[in-house]
Design a protein around this ligand. Structure first.
Ligand SMILES: [Mg+2]
Length: 395
């Protein structure tokens, strides 16, 4: 059984808790009243006016001039996320945070200790309320993505559990936008095929779906049948075995060009490579994390064909992830960039398939020189500038 715990209007609820005079008034957490700024969180009172997250702050001010606008206090909110994590860990070691205010908990092996799935879900919600004085919604289901739908079902302070035997009935009437990975454009595409609800998907054959939709068809078929192979990553195992290394940078002023972003990625790739080399390790996976002005955070990752410990490969893959993300949408200012490499192993066998041997040997010399400089003067003593070229492929 998976639980999805989602805090209700998290940032706004924290501010209300800290300043009781805010209660009952429309509260908007956002950047300053400038054209670039967007709403981060609106409390339920503000939502009555139609204000929602990611809405331009000026627009929110226009439709509800008497709303109280507050700047986000990220450090403080982060502290509360840590407290949330401590609560979750009392119920299961398997906790996976999706963002500051929502997490999956795998209670499959521990729920019986607390009286079963419903009792454990209720207890978590109550503990958050009693100890943190904050509202949370909890959803539960035998598959992850359904738990997430369930937590959203009855907000705020919702508690919805979907049992295995009710799974398909629960899913059937849902509009397809509720399905993991289905955005507004996909909804239109599915509509043209006469697919509007989960039941519509289930009534088509897998052959029909893959013929018209390719991989997406396969994904939808699985989702519609309640099949979701993902589990909750064990955070302890992860850190114990040091299977990943990551580095990130937050910017006081958001980066407003792809050039700026690519050059930071390059620097992060160098930092990671330095740490990898110290461990004599190679990696198989690269993850890029971007946080935008509205605090929306996305991560994209790619698994490599061959393990590597080479800066240009890590950099190249990260740049490709960046490029493919922004190829679908206009550039948005970036306030945080994170780069991670996963699947560490001490496997030194490297077969380069991304670069020709020639290129690779040449670059290796440069890398070696840089590495010795770093060894002498520290990890940040030398780094590359951004070089525009076909490999990075950015424009
Ligand atoms: Mg939330």
């Amino acid at each position: 059984m998976y639980l999805h715990v989602d805090m209700d209007a998290f940032f706004a609820a924290i501010e209300e808790r800290e300043n009781r005079h805010l209660c009952g008034k429309p509260v908007v957490i956002s950047g300053p009243l400038t054209p670039r700024s967007v709403v981060s969180t609106a409390n339920y009172e503000a939502r009555k006016y139609g204000i929602h997250s990611a809405m331009p702050t000026l627009r929110a001010k226009q439709i509800c001039p008497h709303a109280i606008f507050l700047p986000p206090r990220l450090g403080f909110y982060h502290h509360i996320t840590t407290q949330l994590n401590e609560i979750f860990l009392r119920y299961t070691p398997l906790v996976e945070f999706l963002s500051a205010d929502e997490a999956f908990l795998d209670v499959g092996k521990t729920a019986h200790l607390f009286g079963g799935p419903l009792a454990v879900a209720h207890s978590i919600q109550q503990t958050i309320e009693n100890e943190l004085n904050l509202p949370a919604s909890v959803g539960g289901a035998p598959v992850k993505y359904v738990a997430k739908i369930a937590s959203d079902w009855d907000k705020p302070k919702g508690l919805v559990l979907v049992k295995q035997e009710d799974l398909l009935d629960f899913l059937s009437p849902l509009p397809l936008k509720k399905i993991w990975g289905v955005g507004p454009k996909t909804v239109l595409r599915l509509k043209r095929l006469g697919l509007n609800t989960v039941l519509d998907i289930r009534q088509r054959s897998l052959t029909f779906l893959t013929k018209h939709l390719g991989q997406l068809g396969n994904h939808l078929w699985n989702m519609a049948h309640g099949i979701d192979g993902r589990s909750v990553a064990d955070p302890n195992e992860f850190s114990r075995e040091r299977k990943q290394i990551s580095a990130e940078r937050t910017f006081e002023k958001s980066l407003t060009s792809t050039q700026a972003v690519t050059s930071i990625i390059r620097q992060l790739a160098e930092r990671l490579t330095y740490r990898l080399r110290k461990k004599s390790a190679t990696i198989r996976q690269v993850t890029l994390k971007l946080r935008f002005n509205d605090f929306r955070t996305i991560t994209r990752n790619k698994t490599l064909k061959e393990p590597t410990d080479h800066c240009q490969v890590i950099d190249l893959v990260a740049q490709q992830l960046l490029q493919s993300y922004f190829s679908k949408k206009p550039f948005q200012p970036v306030r945080l960039i994170g780069l991670g490499v996963q699947d560490l192993s001490s496997d030194r066998l490297r077969q380069m398939s991304l670069f020709g041997e020639h290129d690779f040997a040449k670059q290796s010399k440069v890398e070696k020189t840089k590495e010795s400089i770093r060894n002498l003067y520290g990890p940040t003593s030398i780094s590359s500038g951004y070089i525009k070229g076909p490999k990075a492929g950015m424009s």
